[in-house]
Design a protein around this ligand. Structure first.
Ligand code: VGL
Ligand code: ZN
Length: 197
């Protein structure tokens, strides 16, 4: 474990920290609320250095193809402009956070924040080279975001305290982490007021 020095080219990407993915939400991730404090610490680390903070959100129409009534795997969740789709009130998003909405049409699903959103282009335009990814859920949207980020050429740091899994099948979270690391994502933790990895 050694300290990660943050600087120009670094960015933070917070995946889907929305009420419906938190305990009590329609697709609540067990212990999902435990990621909020570490993510607020990450936000402070990045924004105090003038580094960009991106926040993705699932932003579905009410007849989205992933919903059970439409033949999909999930209960209705993150319907655009409803309280369930709002970012957690406890999340201290900076004023200038860049919000990325995904899967916003009925027929298109997108677990990855890079899928159909223009996020890679926007990051490249901002000079981003290395992305620290955190958020919900480890085994769906974080997994797919990390793999797409690697495919798009970004170096990816996975903030372990900042993510939790749905675990439709027990062990999905650990398997997702193993897949991300095997593709080159670097696991990092908060320590001593910074990141180590
Ligand atoms: C997600 C299930 C359905 C996620 C999104 O953000 O991980 N999971 N839609
Ligand atoms: Zn969804």
């Amino acid at each position: 474990m050694s300290a990660i020095v943050l600087g120009k080219g670094d960015a933070l990407l917070i995946v889907d920290l929305q009420n419906d993915f938190l305990p009590g939400g329609s697709l609540g991730v067990p212990q999902g609320d435990l990621v909020i404090d570490p993510i607020n610490t990450l936000i402070a680390l990045y924004s105090s250095r003038g580094l960009p903070v991106y926040a993705s959100r699932d932003w579905h129409p009410d007849d989205h193809c992933s919903f059970a009534a439409q033949g999909g795997p999930w209960p209705p969740h993150c319907v655009a402009d409803t309280p369930g789709a709002a970012f957690s009130q406890a999340l201290k998003l900076p004023q200038d956070a860049i919000v990325i909405s995904k899967a916003a049409t009925s027929q298109e699903d997108a677990y990855s924040a890079f899928n159909g959103t223009g996020l890679a282009r926007s990051m490249l335009a901002d000079g981003v080279k290395r992305v620290t990814v955190c958020g919900l859920a480890t085994d769906y949207c974080v997994l797919n975001t990390v793999l797409d980020g690697i495919d798009a050429g970004f170096e990816i740091l996975l903030a372990l305290e900042g993510t939790r899994a749905v675990e439709v099948t027990p062990g999905d979270g650990d398997r997702a982490i193993a897949r991300m690391l095997s593709r080159g994502a670097v696991p990092v933790r908060l320590s001593g007021g910074g990141l180590v990895g």
